[in-house]
Design a protein around this ligand. Structure first.
Ligand code: ADP
Ligand code: MG
Length: 338
């Protein structure tokens, strides 16, 4: 019954940032060109994610909040390879609804009626027609109101918001063609235009002082070897690309290294440390670089599902990866005479 459900929900929903992650991924999956995130009190009191995606019909939204329902089983191979955005398919909305007060307002793209559906602690309490724009808005209020042990374990607003900010930032940088915005307690943290490239997304997220000096890291593999400037060393990576900050543009009190592996956002201390190392003694004490890096490597040399919720990654040859990242960043800085 309900207890089991709430325990299971804890696997999916660890903190406000995990709710944000699932909702933003759903919006991106729904072909949105705009995703707006607004949270209250570090997400503990409220989380709202709104998109202009394909939306849902009434019967689709009813289904969406049920257990193990997804419209996205692409193919069996995908599932077997674990190449899914979620560790468990079709569970997120259901799990979130089990531990909060959830409201979905949605209207299918290209016509059809709007529907408002409410779930409280796992029970669907309201389904009614509503007037709303095309797309979907999901509000999650009172996260863990019925799981006091979890609620108590949540950190201060600022800490919970920092997790959310990291996450939304990473989606904004990975999707420069989507207008992504973030608001905390009514104040806008950042908003990207959705019209640009990585450079303009970095500008929107981190500001001009960081964006201006960014150095392009291009170390894409050219397997036919016709690129004379390709002095790439042997290693596990097929390529490294992205942007790293100018050694002098470091207002950061910690590293802002956003890493994607084969297009997927991950957290990697290996990559982060390698980037910092590449700057050597060019970094003043307590000043850290900004970087956005996309690594590509053969799927069988990396495990991105070690812990899907925590976005951890394991490289078969972590030392090799570190070496290649460090070299690529060093070379990029050298090319700019830095
Ligand atoms: P999954 O994403 O794994 O399919 P979820 O529980 O996250 O599972 O979502 C269930 C279903 O609800 C999705 O498959 C999708 O059909 C629908 N859905 C959720 N969010 C949105 C959204 N923002 N726009 C359109 N459809 C959505
Ligand atoms: Mg989902």
């Amino acid at each position: 019954g309900k207890t089991v459900e709430r325990i299971a929900a804890g696997e999916v929903v660890e903190r406000p940032a995990s709710v944000v992650k699932e909702l933003v991924e759903n919006s991106l999956d729904a072909d949105a060109t705009r995703v707006s995130v607004a949270v209250e009190s570090g997400g503990k009191d409220g989380i709202r994610v709104s998109d202009d995606g394909i939306g849902m019909t009434e019967s689709e939204v009813r289904k969406a909040v049920q257990e193990h329902t997804t419209s996205k089983i692409r193919d069996i191979e995908d599932l077997e390879a674990g190449v899914t955005t979620l560790g468990f398919r079709g569970e997120a909305l259901h799990a979130i609804g089990a531990v909060s007060r959830l409201t979905v307002e949605t209207r299918p793209r290209g016509g059809g009626r709007g529907t408002k559906l409410r779930v409280e602690g796992g029970e669907v309490t309201t389904v009614e027609p509503t007037g709303c724009p095309e797309g979907t808005t999901i509000e999650v209020a009172d996260l863990f109101f019925n799981v006091p042990a979890r609620r108590k374990y949540l950190k201060q607003d600022g800490t919970e918001f920092a997790h959310i900010n990291d996450l939304v930032t990473s989606y904004a940088l990975a999707n420069p063609d989507v207008a992504v915005s973030l608001e905390h307690d009514g104040r806008e943290t950042f908003a990207t235009t959705g019209q640009g490239d990585l450079q303009s997304a970095v500008l929107s997220v981190y500001g001009r002082d960081v964006a201006e000096g960014m150095v392009d890291v291009v170390r894409a593999t050219d397997s036919d070897g016709d690129d004379e400037t390709d002095d790439r060393r042997e290693g596990p990576l097929d390529g490294v690309s992205g942007l790293v900050s100018h050694p002098e543009t470091n207002r950061a009190s910690r590293e802002y290294v956003t890493t994607y592996v084969n297009g997927r956002y991950v957290r990697s201390a290996t990559v982060r440390d390698a980037v910092v190392e590449a700057y050597g003694n060019q970094l003043a004490p307590d000043r850290y670089p900004f970087a956005v890096l996309d690594l590509s490597l053969p799927g069988d040399t990396v495990d991105v599902n070690v812990h899907p919720r925590k976005m951890e990654v394991r490289f078969a040859d972590a030392e090799g990866v570190a070496e290649q990242v460090r070299t690529a960043v060093e070379d990029a800085l050298l090319r700019e005479g830095l």
